[in-house]
Write a protein that binds this ligand. Sequence first.
Ligand SMILES: Cc1ncc(COP(=O)(O)O)c(C=O)c1O
Length: 439
Amino acid sequence: MTSVEAAADWPFIPGSGPLIVDGDGAWLIRDDGQRILDAAGGAIVTNIGHGRAEVAEAIAKASRGNTFVVPTWRTKERDALAARLRERWLPEGLHHLHFTCGGSEGIEAAVKIALLHAAAKGETRRLKVMSRVLSYHGTTIAMAGLSGHQSRKRGLEGFLQRFPTVPTPWPLRCPLGAHHPDAGAYYVRATREAIEAEGPDTVAALVVEPMTGSSGGAIVPPDDYLPGIRALCDEFGILMISDEVMTGFGRTGAKFGVDHWDVTPDILVGGKGLAGGYAPITGVYASREVAEPMIENGYEVMFHTFAALPSACAAADAVLTILERENLVERAKVLGERLSDQLHARLGQHPNVAEIRGKGLLQALEIVRDRDTLEPFALEERITNRIVSHGLKHGVFFYPGGTGVVRDIVCLGPPLISNEAEIDLMAEVLDRSIREVLG
Ligand SMILES: Cc1ncc(COP(=O)(O)O)c(C=O)c1O
């Protein structure tokens, strides 16, 4: 089917991807029976693998009783999920919870909470929210504006709100030189300058991904960067929002991305991996210091009707139970090292691979025309899409990253339950696909 034919079928989601009828662990199964190894976890979502009966049963059980209650009421499924999150998962201090369906809504709720917090404290000048030049925070009108993702703004540029930005730490392309020892300090200083140019007392929040996800391709910041950003936010009274929609719940080999740098944000948002693709649920987690002025002043964050459905909470609780029981956060770390080693051994010297980077099972390759100058390929060459197509031809799905400006990023985000042979196969097929496209 051509993409025009597919678009005629379903105009708002053009595409001619395969028809999937089943799933089994790290594998997706097509209608013709062909198996596809899901090296992307869908959109870096699937963590406990496909087809886990235990989660399906938890959803069924929850749906047999109270299928819906207005979100201002409690359910035992939501109470259980909240208790598990507080006791076993969330960074200390992030006690207040708000659930949404998708990640875009979650980041938007975090932004709303930051603005309400400022209003509740009487800090009426704090009306700005800053984000990073290269980032993705979602697809609602507000979040498309907040995101530093050019191709996902296409056609909307005239309408979208413009948010003030700070640089995204990108050690490979640091203006001081690739992986310069002062890169962290450089990016923190540049962030300070951007905040000072806006007026620190006009800024309510700064939104950062601890590792830049698919927009930049698993960019790991210098070690002193996030602690530096935390200190800056404290100095200026700005709330730090950590977007962990992609990096949360074990994906990077730690519970949350910020844990790698021992930083606690004021608000953290975790979506995708929370229910591992079994239900649409995202959590927004805030500290008492953030929530209390709002509570005292009667400011509320309006709920989404379908957020925290009993079935979605039960799914998330079952997924977290499996992550704990199977020790999958640690497994993401160990498998991530194996994947990274394999990719480096196979592709580390390839003339078009600028960098292989990531943590845990969030890894990416940045592909360039010239490895010395880091000159990218022309957009029209569609290098990423061609590599992903070749992968699919060989039965492995990789995730196309990049923003249109930052292009040719191939991401891997496989299920954390993948076995060693599957991880090795991902590296082998990516190697083969890159060589078929680029030589
Ligand atoms: C870092 C990040 N934030 C926000 C989102 C938006 O989440 P959703 O697609 O569930 O709305 C995504 C989705 O890819 C993401 O990776």
